[in-house]
Design a protein around this ligand. Sequence first.
Ligand code: HEC
Length: 103
Amino acid sequence: MNKLIVVINILLMSGLLAYAIETPSLSLGKTLFESAELGTKGRSCNTCHPQGKGLNMVGDFNDTELKDIVNACLRDALGAKIISPDSQEMNALVGYVRKFQKN
Ligand code: HEC
């Protein structure tokens, strides 16, 4: 009986863990996308791309290309510093804009 409870607990915990690993990245992506604090121009990604506006070509780019574009928008459109392509923040932003991908 006790063993069963242990097994159920392990299953429950690993499920929660998988959920916890997946979710923060998307929620971090959303937070960053909507933050007007990233750059010096007082606007966010969402200012120009509300509801995915202007992101309809996201599916045409691979991750490397998308990261270059995100950095170009960070630098030029937001007046922010570019970020490492490998950073958690960049991966979160790319994951978030991929939500608007059509294909
Ligand atoms: C001042 C307006 C503006 C802001 C702010 C802005 N962008 Fe953009 N973004 C553009 C424009 C304009 C394009 C299209 C460029 C082109 O087609 O040459 C674009 C293109 C893109 C693309 C390529 C998708 C496609 O379909 O062409 C991505 C991805 C993107 N932006 C992400 C972001 C992210 C992430 C942020 C915040 C860090 C951001 N943008 C902030 C104006 C903006």
